[in-house]
Design a protein around this ligand. Structure first.
Ligand code: TGC
Ligand code: FAD
Length: 386
């Protein structure tokens, strides 16, 4: 029996029945609802917002949270969801990552009971869209030196500053914004329509064109005390959210790589040059084998990371290694597939160039490759190079 090129190590047999069921239902939905239209959305620079109610109906928003209308799935299920969504497009996975890991997670983990009741069920239902404001224009890798600040005024807070490159910003109903206060970094829930708050979209991107990216501006925004996350002070607040989202990305990008690889495999077997299929050349087979090796090891890394997360023992340095390795793998695979398609590789008829362009963002956001290398270096040596 020939091996499945997209699952050479029978990873599906290492999944529980529930995990397989979740994966299959998301995979079916992506094939039916995302793949037919996503290239057009990419060309039009448009996020397919019409998919949000369906993402909600499938239980994909805040899927690992318990209660508040959330599905309460395990971490491996969340990973598989990200993988299948990103097989469609990184922009769809980005939407779910931000809504789930970067907006619902901090409210769930650090919010008051009133905040959880007010926001989480409607976010799970896709009726409220969230975004996460950490990065600032002067340097996203070093959020400890953020300039956005909040000063107390009576019982409330006055927020000033700006954020840059914020996924979902212009379509968000609420933003979890991290700002410096006299006590340290704190999280603020800023709602659309608050006076002095604006979120213009960033136009002319060559990457993640099916996703909304925005700046956020705060000009003396009065934020009531009830919108401050009471449960955390310090950089560990936003960094703990990043750990959740980076985990999902480590899974997600394997889906993008698989999409490129499977299309290329068919192409190489059917395109005839020099009297034989392209795939019958040693140089091509070595490249295909190398892609399969890297996709397979990334899948195994993601699965083990998920098992550690479900056991409650996953460490941030392990997430950094997986985010770095898997994004690098996916970007290299997408670029190599693009190359082996020849001139067709630059056409919208084939998926690699879209995934390749998207992955240029994915390898940068949620901590650049260098940041994750230095995080692992710090873990190995005990010495911080930041
Ligand atoms: P450092 O001293 O390392 O840490 C400060 C405090 O935080 C704690 N900590 C963590 N806690 C929980 N989870 C983690 N992953 C944590 N990492 C660190 C740490 O223990 C410490 O706590 P305490 O109690 O001692 O104060 O801080 P540092 O200033 O040295 O920075 C380290 C560095 C460079 C790794 C960090 O700043 C970093 O990760 N920079 C990259 C920033 C980044 O990734 N930004 C992403 C923005 S969001 C985004 O891109 C969304 S894209 C979404 C999409 O569309 O999918
Ligand atoms: P910089 O921090 O200026 O880094 C520039 C270069 O310097 C990089 O190559 C970096 O690796 C390198 N570098 C930095 N420090 C060091 C060092 N110590 N040693 C060696 N090299 C170093 N942010 C959010 O908060 N919320 C979001 O929703 C969000 N969505 C995004 C969506 C998209 C499409 C993109 C592109 C970005 C998004 N970001 C978001 C921002 C993203 O997290 C940042 O772009 C990223 O963290 C890098 O920050 P920067 O762009 O300011 O680059």
């Amino acid at each position: 029996m020939p091996l499945n090129p997209l699952d050479l190590y029978d990873i599906s047999t290492a999944l529980t029945e529930e995990e397989r069921m979740v994966q299959n239902s998301v995979a079916r939905w992506v094939s039916e609802q995302v793949l037919p239209n996503i290239q057009k959305c990419f060309e039009e620079h448009r996020f397919p917002r019409e998919l949000v109610p369906e993402l909600a109906a499938l239980g994909l928003l805040g899927s690992t949270l318990k209660g508040y209308d959330c599905a309460g799935l395990n971490a491996v299920c969340y990973g598989l969801i990200c993988q299948e969504l990103e097989r469609g497009d990184s922009g769809i996975r980005s939407f779910v990552s931000v809504q789930s890991s970067l907006c619902m997670y901090p409210i769930y983990t650090y919010g008051s009971e009133d905040q959880k009741r007010k926001y989480l069920p409607r976010m799970a239902q896709g009726k409220l869209i969230g975004c996460f404001g950490l990065t600032e224009p002067h340097g996203g890798s070093d959020p400890a030196h953020m300039k956005t600040h909040a000063k107390p005024r009576g019982k409330d807070w006055v927020l000033n500053g700006s954020k840059m490159w914020i996924t979902n910003g212009a379509i968000a109903d609420l933003a979890v914004v991290w700002a410096m206060t006299p006590e340290g970094i704190r999280g603020f829930i800023v709602e659309k329509g608050m006076a002095g708050f604006s979120a213009p979209e960033i136009e002319r991107k060559f990457s993640l064109r099916a996703s909304v990216t925005s700046a956020l501006f705060f000009d003396n925004v009065l934020v009531p005390e009830e919108n401050v996350l009471p449960g955390v002070v310090g950089l560990k607040g936003p960094l703990s959210c990043l750990t959740q989202a980076r985990y999902g990305i480590a899974w997600g990008v394997t889906g993008a790589a698989q999409a490129c690889f499977s299309q290329l495999l068919e192409y190489a077997k059917t395109r005839v040059l020099f009297g034989r299929p392209l795939a019958q050349n040693q140089a091509i087979q070595i490249r295909l084998a190398d892609m399969a090796r890297r996709i397979t090891t990334s899948q195994l890394l993601a699965l083990q990371l998920g098992r550690l997360k479900d056991q409650g023992v996953m460490q941030p340095a392990q997430v950094s290694l997986a985010k770095w390795n898997n994004c690098r793998m996916a970007l290299d695979v997408a670029r190599d597939c693009r190359d082996m398609l020849g001139g067709s590789g630059i056409s919208a008829e084939y998926v690699p160039i879209r995934h390749m362009l998207n992955l240029e963002s994915v390898i940068t956001y949620e901590g650049t490759e260098t940041i994750h290398q230095l995080t692992l270096g710090r873990e190995l040596t005990g010495l911080s190079a930041f």
